[in-house]
Write a protein that binds this ligand. Structure first.
Ligand SMILES: O=C(O)c1cc(=O)[nH]c(=O)n1[C@@H]1O[C@H](COP(=O)(O)O)[C@@H](O)[C@H]1O
Length: 271
């Protein structure tokens, strides 16, 4: 999917919501456990109930890898279902990959070709040759960790190296890489006070913003400092939406939570 197509969807749906499909079989409605593939059954129900309220879904691969082959199969069924049924949706494999060049090429192939995701999250730590293999894919997007939502972000990312915070160096340096137009960045919603500085370095890039909902990030604050003229934000909530209820009506309850966020986004977009 191109960035222009993503922007069109945001304008059409009046939403820049990304729903995180972080499935934990202990938290899902227990009546689904009798299904042949409970993880896929859960995802399908959530997707069918919420697809009109969001523009992206983000399965975090950890929640699938934890269940071995069955989990990977459910991930494959989920991305195929999204691509076949709702091709207008932007898909994110939250895998946080990155390795020496030839290994990164295989990771890129796994998520962009075999599983046909629109984007994948990547760690910047190993540098240019670990990220460029992902950037080589046309109309695919590499979402690089910049300033993450967790407490540990202060261990390295905000530390100054040669007078400048590491996350700023990540942003400035990566802008010069080959096919950098395919880069997006992760900035945590819990770090709203950093968005203005970040926008000075990357005014036009899309930002994936996790941390609204269960981690306590504030949507209005994020938008105030992080939004650009093309919106430029994908705000993610996972647990806050998908575990709204573990009863028979779980999908409806998730749609209610998604609608709450979508309506707040609509107000922001109309202002
Ligand atoms: O890359 C991510 O998506 C990510 C980066 C980050 O800084 N913080 C963060 O929470 N995430 C992911 O975003 C999701 C947040 O989930 P909830 O806290 O349940 O909304 C999880 O899949 C996290 O792994």
């Amino acid at each position: 999917m191109t960035t222009e197509q993503l922007v069109t969807q945001i304008q059409k749906k009046k939403s820049f919501l990304c729903i995180g499909l972080d499935v934990d079989i202990h938290k899902m409605p227990q009546h689904l456990l009798t299904e042949e593939d409970p993880i896929f059954a859960f995802n399908k129900a959530i997707i069918d109930a919420t697809h009109h309220l969001c523009v992206a879904y983000k399965p975090n691969t950890a929640f699938y890898e934890a269940y071995g082959l069955k989990g990977w199969k459910a991930l494959e069924k989920t991305i195929n279902y999204l691509n076949e049924t709702y091709p207008e949706i932007f898909t994110i494999a939250d895998a946080k990959r990155g390795d020496i060049g030839n290994t990164s090429s295989m990771y890129a192939k796994a998520f962009f070709k075999d599983l046909a995701f629109d984007s994948v999250t990547v760690a910047p730590y190993m540098g240019k040759d670990s990220v460029e293999p992902f950037l080589a894919f046309k109309d695919k997007h590499t979402i690089m960790l910049a300033l993450t939502s967790n407490e540990g972000a202060f261990d390295f990312q905000t530390k100054k190296v040669e007078g400048k915070e590491l996350y700023k160096q990540v942003l400035e340096t990566s802008k010069r890489w080959k096919n950098a137009e395919n880069l997006m960045y992760v900035v945590g919603a819990t770090k709203a006070e950093y968005f203005a500085e970040i926008r000075k370095i990357i005014p036009d890039s899309f930002l994936l913003v996790p941390g609204v909902g269960a981690q306590g990030g504030n949507l209005q604050e994020v938008c105030k400092y992080g939004m650009n003229k093309h919106v430029g934000l994908l705000v993610n909530s996972s647990r806050g939406i998908i575990y709204a209820s573990n009863q028979e009506n779980f999908a409806e309850a998730s749609a209610g939570k998604a609608k709450d966020l979508q309506q707040q986004m609509e107000v922001i977009l109309n202002n």
